[in-house]
Design a protein around this ligand. Structure first.
Ligand code: SF4
Length: 746
């Protein structure tokens, strides 16, 4: 983001971009309800098909597809949507390219070469399913259900994940979205306010937005960005803590260029200042918090000066932030973040965010954290069976105590990997990977390979080849989100202060699946039959599942289609705090489990001499690795230049565009190179790049070798002690230019 893009100009640009996507004339300006069916001939003879829900990222914007002669020509936001409206982002648009990507998986394949260097042979579904069913069954027969580990990701992985957890009975399930992304946020907030926070801050109506590392603008989710822009347009102040001049830092009223890993110290000092100076919300603290005394005593050491030294910022700046928050409380939006598994001290940082919101009284108020809910719709899946936790890796097998008392649902990845590699406390011999790419979502690639080497059987299900599918024995092609039904999406309008509305939608196919691609219900059920679980199968088809879900809200696929894919109904006023809502500023349960009961700062390792800390984040036109082969998105951002401080660059004799590679402090070198982006907008002790580049799979003809795979350089596994999640920013690198390793100056 250019430094000379002013805040006013940014807002103008954002408004123009939004305006460039015209609202359909058939939509009522006041209710958002369409006046005429959308399934009609368009002006150019195209048919508009309703019911699409995007999954180029997890946000799930509502779509319509322009279809000509059975071919999807264009995707647009559904004009009836009160979430994303007619807007979709670059990735959403590029879904058409994913659909028709020539590199997509088309048929079931068997690896007749080596794992990691496969040779693929096309086989029939019958043969593929027989092999998956018999190999997985044999693992269960020999080693028990816990002998299977599962790495799922995305909407389509939910049903198979439930099958393996509930019917088969393995707890060895590790979702990247939990253990490498947002799980730590959710468990920290559950331990503080009893709920996972989502991203539910009321940005359009806030007076102050407070971000720790959030880089909205580079991190794009349509209705979230609309809410953010609306907040800024309405005059909200923006406070951003980030070592880097991110897209958000560029719009900030206060940019705190904090030393990485010290955010908790920064927030403890803010809270201590508010408490010491009586600038916190006393009524809220009295009525809706627990443990204020213990909390305030625990944070009392964090003076402005002490935090300033630790965070490498000024005491005046921390005071300025605290004063701005106090002056505007309770209408302040302390953003919980999303991809927040950073340093191995993250549970405590997320607790600090939740507590800061509490002492400012910013829960359930306009402009604060507001859990606006969509309508309730029942779910249909595999029945829950109690298989006990006798073999649960998260228990100390001698003392029956939890190893990670606040782990997100599933089992921490490192416990699974250690168990699979060592065979202790029991063998894990089969691996199911469904929609996840553990080679580029989970740090420690060599460890991941060791897990695969220990397996008797590996099956992968995906839409595209990825770096992990190279390790599969059987590789199954899944229909994409544009070709199948899927789970229900519910929600409310993005601006909570407007007329209260809720919606229900379900993903419906915009075009039929091509080649031999199948949906998740078919694949899971066929494997279940072969593993002896036929009698437990909850639904025969994906349509049946969606219809059963919708029936709980007195809807059906047909009814939803007649309503242009989205049912809208009156909602509730989301503001107003429930009487029994409590913020556990000090949580005795955490202390009883052997961890600090009040948010506590734990220092993280600093870069060794000659190294810089490797930071990474989201690119605006990619969803990490998943979109790297998409030609439209690749052309928009073909690689991930490394941000390097301008003074450091001058010292090293590097200029913009120089080609560099990397070596980390464990001696691991990057497989590929990228270019240097010289900027004053990053601290001298860090470098930064976008995450997910540098795919190794040669079947990705566009994405292979494009940019640098940051994950390959993340070999130091910083495990968060409360949750078992992977902190991924305690890795340090030097640059390599023309074969010469360059020491980063102190
Ligand atoms: S934010 Fe973009 S990629 Fe994500 S669901 Fe919406 S349109 Fe799709």
């Amino acid at each position: 983001m250019a430094f000379n893009l002013t805040r006013r100009k940014f807002l103008q640009t954002a408004s123009l971009a939004a305006a460039a996507v015209p609202l359909s004339k058939v939509v009522s300006a006041t209710t958002g309800v369409t006046k005429a069916p959308l399934v009609a001939k368009g002006t150019n003879g195209d048919k508009t098909v309703v019911g699409g829900i995007c999954e180029m990222c997890f946000w799930r914007c509502q779509l319509v597809g322009k279809v000509r002669d059975g071919r999807l020509m264009k995707l647009e936001g559904n004009p009836k949507s009160i979430d994303n409206g007619t807007a979709i982002c670059a990735r959403g648009n590029a879904g058409v390219q994913l659909l028709y990507d020539v590199d997509r998986l088309k048929y079931p394949m068997k690896n007749v070469g080596e794992r990691g260097a496969p040779k693929w042979k096309r086989i029939s579904w019958q043969e593929a399913l027989d092999e998956c069913g018999s190999k997985l069954k044999s693992t269960v027969d020999q080693y028990g259900a816990q002998g299977i580990c599962v790495f799922p990701h995305g909407a389509s992985a939910k049903y198979p994940m439930h099958y393996f957890e509930r019917a088969v009975g393995t707890h060895n399930v590790s979702e990247a979205s939990f253990f490498q992304c947002r799980g730590i946020r959710d468990t920290a907030y559950v331990a503080t306010i009893g709920k996972a926070p989502g991203e539910k801050v009321d940005m359009p109506n806030t007076k102050v937005l407070f971000f720790i590392g959030d880089h909205l603008g580079e991190n794009i989710h349509v209705s979230h960005i609309k809410a953010y822009i609306q907040g800024l347009q309405n005059g909200a102040k923006l406070i951003v803590a980030d070592p880097r001049f991110s897209a958000s830092a560029a719009k900030a009223d206060i940019w705190v260029q904090i030393k990485p890993g010290t955010d908790t110290a920064y927030m403890l000092a803010i809270m201590n200042y508010l408490v010491k100076n009586n600038k916190y919300d006393k009524a809220f603290v009295e009525n809706h918090t627990e443990g204020f005394e213990e909390f305030s005593a625990a944070i009392s050491e964090w003076t402005l000066e002490k935090a300033a030294k630790e965070c490498d910022i000024t005491a005046e700046q921390i005071k300025e932030v605290a004063e701005m928050l106090a002056a505007n409380a309770p209408n302040v939006a302390i953003h919980p973040g999303r991809h927040v598994s950073w340093h191995g001290n993250d549970f405590q940082r997320q607790r600090a965010l939740a507590c800061l919101t509490g002492i400012l009284g910013a829960y359930y108020v306009k402009g604060g954290w507001v859990p606006a809910k969509g309508p309730k719709v029942g779910g249909v899946s595999w029945a829950k069976e109690d298989h006990g936790h006798k073999y649960n890796l998260n228990y100390n097998h001698e003392e029956d105590a939890k190893v990670y008392p606040y782990n997100p649902p599933g089992t921490p990845t490192e416990l699974i990997r250690d168990c699979a590699i060592s065979g202790k406390p029991y063998p894990i011999k089969s691996c199911v990977v469904w929609g996840q790419n553990p080679m580029q979502t989970i740090p420690g690639q060599e460890k991941m390979k060791d897990l695969f080497r220990a397996m008797d059987f590996i099956m992968c299900v995906d839409v595209m080849p990825t770096d992990v599918t190279m390790w599969a024995d059987i590789l199954l092609p899944e229909s994409s989100y544009l070709e199948r039904y899927d789970f229900i999406k519910t929600g409310t309008q993005w601006d909570l202060s407007k007329e209260h509305q809720q919606y229900i939608s379900a993903r419906m196919p915009l075009v039929p699946a091509m080649f031999e691609r199948k949906d998740q219900i078919y694949i899971t059920n066929e494997i279940a039959k072969r593993m002896g679980h036929e009698a437990k199968i909850p639904v025969k088809t994906i349509e049946e599942m969606v219809d059963q879900n919708l029936a709980t809200a007195e809807l059906s696929i047909e009814k939803l289609k007649a309503e242009d894919g989205i049912h809208i109904q009156p909602g509730k006023d989301p503001y107003g705090i429930p009487e029994d809502f409590m913020v556990r500023l000090f949580n005795e349960d955490i202390e009883d489990a052997g961890h600090p009961g009040a948010p506590t700062y734990k220092p993280v390792p600093q870069p060794p001499k000659g190294f810089a800390r490797l930071l990474y984040g989201r690119a605006p036109v990619h969803t990490f690795n998943r979109s790297q082969n998409n030609v439209w998105l690749h052309n928009a951002m073909p690689d991930n230049p490394v941000w390097l401080n301008d003074q450091v660059a001058a010292n090293l004799g590097l200029i913009d565009g120089d080609v560099v590679g990397f070596v980390n402090s464990d001696g691991v070198e990057s497989r590929t190179t990228t270019t240097v982006k010289v900027t004053p907008g990053i601290r001298k002790d860090c470098v930064y790049m976008y995450h997910g580049y540098g795919s190794a799979n040669p079947l990705l003809t566009i994405g292979v070798g494009a940019g640098v795979d940051d994950q390959s350089l993340i070999t130091n596994l910083a495990i968060d002690p409360e949750t078992g999640c992977n902190g991924m920013r305690n890795n340090f690198v030097k640059l390599i230019k023309d074969g010469k390793v360059l020491d980063i100056p102190a």
